[in-house]
Design a protein around this ligand. Structure first.
Ligand SMILES: Nc1ncnc2c1ncn2[C@@H]1O[C@H](COP(=O)(O)OP(=O)(O)O)[C@@H](O)[C@H]1O
Ligand SMILES: [Mg+2]
Length: 347
């Protein structure tokens, strides 16, 4: 038996989300055939893969049915987050995926979700950055309990690090209680600096918290770098969904792929299921629901939004399910052919 026999035996075993052969996707690595043993590594496209156990089982079944039962099969499950493969103008060196979190209006929990998603990716073992693009109303520093001043190294800006996340926000640059008063061109300059002058290092995911609505910032972002895609956060009631649809329309116009919608604050007060139905109607992935829970608000207020994902927290299963679904959509987006046409990147 050779390594090639092992790879042939795996023909037809597909990634359940990407619908393509594991071998063709280059996910099967380090095949070693010994006497009576086969060792191999399956490198998933994200550590936040909920289908890990299923994939491992299918690989084992394919190998035992085609190679016989007398062989000891040792499968090592690993993960390596992928980017889109080809370098493009505007890419941030070392950053594989840039995900914008937007909404049609404020107060829907967009910053809370952006921070929770960043912590979620981190918990699965990915390298994560969180950039606050809400220049006029930065709230990321408060949510994660960070209040340092970024340092410069030469012409590079060093991000603030908290809980292993790399952070940048206008909130780190302004005096507390000071408003950022500026016009469009200055805003453009700040965002460009946040993206291209901050020393993000090697990141699997850079999550960007957008300001509410369909203004200057998303436009500037879409023109400054190729985004992996956007997430739209909304609340369940019909009135709020109108704004969410507007945000989706904006991302479509900006040629930013839509990774999915999140329904936040779902429950008795605002209702439930509205965003899911809307997502289905519009052919957009639905990433999940987060209930309206006092604890989420309290953790955000106390600067420990990471605790919303802690063991035993009632919000944890909801948030992790969203993170897994989103990670899957990012992998799908990166492997999708033909490539999504992009807005022309300026400068
Ligand atoms: N699922 C939730 N349950 C309870 N409170 C929430 C939830 N999501 C967000 N909040 C609270 O709602 C308020 C607005 O959230 P925020 O993330 O700042 O919204 P946005 O960034 O969309 O303006 C905050 O006080 C936050 O703690
Ligand atoms: Mg916000």
């Amino acid at each position: 038996m050779t390594e090639q026999d092992v790879l042939n035996a795996l023909k037809g075993v597909k990634d359940p989300e990407l619908h393509r052969d594991l071998v063709d996707l280059g996910m099967v690595k380090d095949v070693r055939v010994g006497s009576g043993t086969v060792d191999l590594t399956v490198n998933l496209t994200t550590p936040a893969c909920p289908l890990k156990a299923q994939i491992e089982r299918e690989v084992r079944e394919a190998l035992t049915s085609r190679l016989g039962t007398g062989i000891e099969i040792r499968i090592h499950m690993g993960a390596e987050v992928r980017g889109k493969g080809l370098a493009e103008k505007g890419d941030i060196k070392g950053v594989k995926n840039v995900i914008a979190v937007g909404s049609g209006k404020g107060g829907v929990g967009k910053s809370t979700m952006a921070a929770a998603i960043a912590y979620g990716f981190k918990m699965y073992g990915s390298r994560v950055g969180l950039m606050d693009a809400d220049v006029y109303g930065p709230s990321i520093p408060h949510l994660v309990g960070a209040s340092a001043r970024p340092m410069a190294r030469g012409d590079r800006i060093l991000p603030i690090e908290t809980d292993g996340l790399k952070l940048m926000s206008m909130g780190f640059l302004l005096e507390p209680d000071r408003a950022a008063v500026m016009r469009g061109p200055m805003l453009h300059g700040i965002l460009t600096q946040f993206l291209h002058q901050v020393e993000w290092g090697e990141l699997d995911y850079l999550v960007i918290d957008l300001p509410p609505g369909t203004g200057d910032v998303p436009l500037t972002l879409a023109q400054t770098l190729p985004l992996t895609g956007a997430v739209v956060v909304c609340t369940p009631q019909a009135v709020a969904l109108i704004d969410a649809v507007r945000a989706l329309s904006m991302f479509r116009q900006l040629k930013v792929p839509i990774l999915g919608m999140i329904e936040n604050m779902s429950g008795e007060i605002f209702g439930q299921g509205g965003a899911k139905r809307k997502a289905e109607e519009l052919g957009v992935p639905f990433l999940g629901e987060v209930p309206l829970q006092v604890a989420i608000r309290e953790k955000g207020d106390a600067g420990v939004i990471r605790d919303a994902l802690a063991d035993g927290a009632p919000s944890r299963p909801h948030l992790l399910a969203i993170v897994e679904k989103l990670a899957g959509q990012i992998s799908v987006q990166n492997l999708m052919a033909p490539k999504f046409p992009k807005l022309e990147i300026l400068n």
